[in-house]
Design a protein around this ligand. Structure first.
Ligand code: HPA
Length: 268
């Protein structure tokens, strides 16, 4: 890894903390941070190479702390490709998580559902993805390791842990393939029909570049979406960002419970 200033800054202030698990909180999931104990908070503004987290509902801070006595590091707020046109906008934050010694990255996001049984307010674990944008966060990378193997990118044993956590907590956990559209406009109904034919179960504007970067740095990945809406053309609901945030609140509780239980089981 190159000289990563953010890692140095964080290390100098968090003596003796060695989180193995990192979590990226997506739209509407900010409140999860309230459950974190013994917090040390860094604003993205103070971490060189970190983006502004510009979207409403995203705070823009890195939090070190504990949940269920397990050390974690949380990125509250992410930047999206559509904000800057830069597919590698999350590269430094993810490199930083790796540099801090994390081995696992849990990604959360808000997504539209293509599965009739996965209704708004439910949660879906991602088992694979389709990159429908044609861009990569590794454009320009010259290391041979840029040829990242993406088979089992969504780590099967982490997926099993989430299934167990869902069972224990009596939460319905849908599963499916996530397709990345660049946004910021929502998809057309025709695009969603095409996505269905390709095998997608959920659609969103984030996560995929972060998964590619995380695998590039050797982090194990799992991802869970909160379903905020049915994808375009699949219901009469009019798609707006405000709707996404509103419906996020319903699924947030379940996902918070799921993450806490996952962390309890992580070290077993
Ligand atoms: N499409 C893309 N991104 C999204 C959606 C959607 O329907 N819902 C939440 N994020």
């Amino acid at each position: 890894m190159k000289n990563n200033k953010a890692v140095e800054i964080i290390r100098s202030k968090v003596d003796g903390r060695h989180p193995k698990v990192a979590i990226i909180l997506g739209t509407g999931l900010g409140p999860f941070a309230e459950n974190i104990e013994n917090k040390i908070i860094f604003s993205y503004k103070d971490l060189p190479g970190f983006p502004d987290a510009g979207v409403k509902g995203h705070a823009g801070q890195l939090i070190m702390g504990q949940i269920n006595d397990i050390e974690i590091v949380v990125l509250q707020g992410r930047a999206h490709y559509y904000e800057s046109g830069k597919p590698d906008i999350m590269r430094i934050p993810i490199e930083t998580l790796h540099g801090l010694g994390c081995e696992t990255l849990l990604l959360t996001n808000a997504a539209g559902s293509l599965l009739p049984e996965a209704q708004p307010g439910s949660v879906m674990m991602l088992t694979d993805h389709i990159n429908f944008t044609g861009v990569s966060p590794l454009f320009g990378e010259t290391e041979t390791s840029r040829f990242v193997n993406m088979a089992d990118a969504y780590n099967p044993s982490l997926c099993d842990k989430f299934r167990d956590a869902a069972k224990t907590m009596n939460i319905t956990l849908h599963e499916g393939v996530y397709i990345w559209f660049c946004g910021p406009s929502f998809e057309t109904p025709a695009e969603i029909q095409a996505a269905k034919l390709l095998g997608a179960d959920a659609v969103g504007m984030s996560t995929v570049p972060e998964v590619i970067l995380a695998r590039f740095y050797g982090l194990n990945v799992a991802a869970v979406s909160i379903i905020t809406n049915m994808a375009a053309g699949m219901s009469d609901e009019h798609l707006t960002h405000a709707h996404s945030i509103e419906n996020a609140a319903k699924a947030t509780n379940d996902l918070q419970t799921l993450l806490s239980e996952f962390l309890l089981q992580y070290n077993k």
